[in-house]
Design a protein around this ligand. Structure first.
Ligand code: COA
Length: 319
């Protein structure tokens, strides 16, 4: 069996500007009551002067500093995003310079929409070696640039932010048993390229996406547990993509998950696409809840339609 990876540190950065539901109700025909009741979201962060690279670099620096590793031992730097500052170079390439990473570090972006973080963990697991046993995954999104602020059914949902994780190939670390999937569908959730439409906006049909989410998350979790030969009782924490609190609650009741094992932070971040899971992990890290040996299930889903999840354990700093 392939040597697995463990999580050793996290980082995050959320833009300074906080946008409340009341703020949005002054722009579109909506209300704090509707947004809170239908989504669980109360506030989200939007970039004003920060670039996508600023968010990614701040989150990455924090994770690297906490990991305390030698950058020469980084075997990969992968950024997950639906849209960086530029089509090319990738954000990961810009991070190579911003973080002064060795030139022989594979740096590239990965777009699996909101499922990007588990996808990246799986890819990074495959790239690490005994000589370069550490991997940096950064998930950064600036969705406020892609919102149509006349469409109340989408503009209230999304926010900006970045989360990062340093993982380590460690002796005794288990394969993360990632389950990754996609289903070619550009109808229910898409963002056109800027060349197709100068105002490239999020287009979403909420109900089909909701149905997709409440079906795919439980089946993804079951597939991961089957592959890992584990039961839900052996999982300490479940960190899902934060798209709608009602989706999280559906999954909790459908799977009989103990609510205390399911982390929610959607109320203050909204949906930040692939950054949701690592930002949540960072909040858990800062709260001192990611103790060594803790076993986490991370599950994302999003445009594509994509889905992805894995089981990852918290490790110590030493590879
Ligand atoms: N404020 C007030 N009313 C709103 C509104 C808003 N922000 N957005 C939509 N509405 C209205 C609709 O216009 C509709 O009005 P009508 O009945 O007069 O036609 C009504 O609310 C119900 O709309 P509907 O789309 O059925 O609401 P919903 O309960 O399905 O909630 C979502 C909409 C988008 C919150 C929900 O479908 C959802 O979360 N879907 C999944 C989204 C998701 O996961 N996306 C990310 C994937 S990564």
């Amino acid at each position: 069996m392939q040597t697995g990876i463990k999580l050793i540190s996290t980082g995050a950065y959320l833009p300074e500007k906080i946008v409340t539901n009341e703020d949005l109700s002054r722009i579109v025909d909506t209300s704090d009551e509707w947004i809170t009741k239908r989504t669980g979201i109360r506030t989200r962060h939007h970039c004003v002067s920060e670039t996508h690279l600023d968010l990614a670099a701040a989150a990455a620096r924090q994770a690297l500093e906490r990991a305390g590793i030698d950058k020469a031992q980084l075997g990969a730097c992968v950024v997950t995003t639906v849209a960086g500052d530029k089509v090319t170079p990738s954000c990961a390439c810009m991070l190579q310079a911003a973080l002064d990473l060795p030139e022989l570090t594979p740096c590239f972006d990965l777009n699996a929409a909101c499922a990007g973080f588990p996808y990246a963990l799986r890819v990074v697991q495959g790239l690490l070696t005994d000589e370069r046993p550490y991997g940096l995954v950064v998930s950064a999104e600036v969705l406020s640039r892609l919102l149509d602020f006349t469409d109340r059914s989408t503009c209230v949902l999304f926010g900006d932010g970045a989360g990062a994780a340093v993982v380590a190939r460690q002796e005794g670390a288990e394969d993360i048993h990632a389950v990754l999937g996609s289903r070619g569908n550009d109808q229910v959730l898409c963002i056109d390229g800027a060349w197709a439409d100068h105002t490239a906006h999020v287009h979403m049909e909420g109900q089909p996406v909701f149905k997709f989410a409440v079906n795919i998350i439980p089946s993804c979790i079951e597939d991961i547990l089957r592959a890992a030969g584990r039961t839900l009782e052996e999982v300490d924490l479940v960190v899902m993509h934060q798209a709608n609190e009602r989706i999280l609650d559906h999954v909790v009741s459908r799977m009989g998950l103990p609510p205390e094992k399911v982390y929610k932070n959607i109320a203050h971040i909204g949906n930040i696409s692939s950054a949701c899971i690592p930002v949540a992990l960072n909040e858990l890290y800062e709260a001192g809840r990611l103790t060594p040996g803790l076993r986490m299930l991370c599950v994302g889903f999003g445009g594509g339609l994509t889905w992805g999840g894995c089981l990852i354990e918290m490790g110590g700093k030493e590879a």
